[in-house]
Design a protein around this ligand. Structure first.
Ligand code: 1GP
Length: 246
C-alpha cells in the first residue's frame, strides 16, 4: 500500500489548499449514495469510524466504500478495535484534551501489534475535544472533560504541546452533531501557533460554516452528521471548500 496521504496533506497545506473529509459512521451507512456523491464532488478523504458499532458493520462498511471509490479511506477509530487492512490510513488518536490515561496511551499499547500487522499508514494525531453546548458522545464515552470553548489559551497550549510531542496532526473536534461548532477565534489562535496540519470537525452543517473554519486556518474540514441527514450537502460543501483554493 502506498503511504502517501500525509505527504499529500502537508503539500496541500504548504500551498494553502483546504481539504474536505466526509465522515461515515458504519452503523448508519445504508447506501452508497454518499460515496457516489463524494466521488463526483471530489471529496479528498472518506473517514470511517463511530463510537458504538454493531458486529461486522465496520469491516463491511470499509469494503463497500473501497469497492465503490478510489478516494482514500482514513480510519477515525471510535475505539481500539476499529482497525482494517482494507483502509489506507488510520488517525492514531491520543486524546490530549483529556486526562484519561487509557486514551492517551493505554489502548494504543493493546492495539499496537494489530496496527503494525495492518500496514496502514499511521497518522499520529493529537485529538482535542472542545466544549460545544451540550455533552457529546465523544466526551461521554471517553469520560473526559472537553476544553471550555472560551479558553483559547488552553486550546493553543494543548495543540502546541501535541506538536512538540511529535504528533503529525492536530484534530479539534466539537463532537458529532455538536450544537456549536468550534469558535472561529479558537481555530485562528491554534492554527497560528502550530505548523502541523489542523483538522476541524463537529457540527459543521453548511458551506458557510465550512468556509469560516477554512478562513480561520483549518486545513481539513470533517463533516459527518449533517451529511447523514442530507447527502446533497456533500456537493455544496466540497464546492465551497475547494473554491477557497482557487
Ligand atoms: C465528529 O468531527 C466529527 O467527531 C464530525 O462531526 O458529525 O458533527 O459533522 P459531525
Amino acid at each position: 500500500m502506498v503511504k502517501k496521504n500525509y505527504d499529500n496533506i502537508v503539500k496541500n497545506k504548504e500551498k494553502k489548499k483546504k481539504l474536505f473529509a466526509v465522515l461515515i459512521d458504519p452503523d448508519k451507512f445504508e447506501s452508497i449514495d454518499v460515496i457516489t456523491k463524494s466521488e463526483s464532488a471530489g471529496v479528498d478523504f472518506i473517514m470511517v469510524g463511530g463510537s458504538i458499532l454493531s458486529d461486522g458493520s465496520f469491516e463491511n462498511c470499509i469494503k463497500s466504500i473501497k469497492k465503490n471509490t478510489s478516494i482514500p479511506i482514513v480510519i477515525f477509530p471510535g475505539n481500539h478495535l476499529q482497525i482494517s487492512k482494507n483502509a489506507d490510513s488510520i488517525l492514531l488518536l491520543s486524546l490530549i484534551s483529556g486526562r484519561n490515561p487509557d486514551l492517551l496511551i493505554g489502548k494504543h499499547v493493546i492495539a499496537a501489534p494489530l496496527i503494525k500487522a495492518s500496514h496502514l499508514e499511521i497518522l499520529s494525531t493529537g485529538y482535542m475535544l472542545i466544549e460545544s453546548g451540550r455533552q457529546t458522545a465523544a466526551s461521554y464515552i471517553s469520560n473526559t472533560t472537553p476544553i471550555p470553548s472560551d479558553k483559547n489559551d488552553i486550546a493553543v497550549c494543548t495543540a502546541m504541546a501535541g506538536e512538540q510531542l511529535g504528533f503529525k496532526l492536530i484534530y479539534m473536534d466539537a463532537g458529532s452533531g455538536a450544537q456549536n461548532t468550534i469558535p472561529i477565534e479558537m481555530i485562528k489562535k491554534v492554527s497560528k501557533n502550530i505548523s502541523i496540519p489542523l483538522i476541524i470537525g463537529g457540527g459543521i452543517d453548511s458551506p458557510k460554516k465550512a468556509l469560516l473554519a477554512c478562513k480561520a486556518g483549518a486545513d481539513i474540514i470533517v463533516v459527518g452528521n449533517a451529511i447523514e441527514k442530507n447527502t446533497s450537502l456533500i456537493g455544496s460543501i466540497a464546492k465551497t471548500i475547494h473554491s477557497f483554493n482557487k
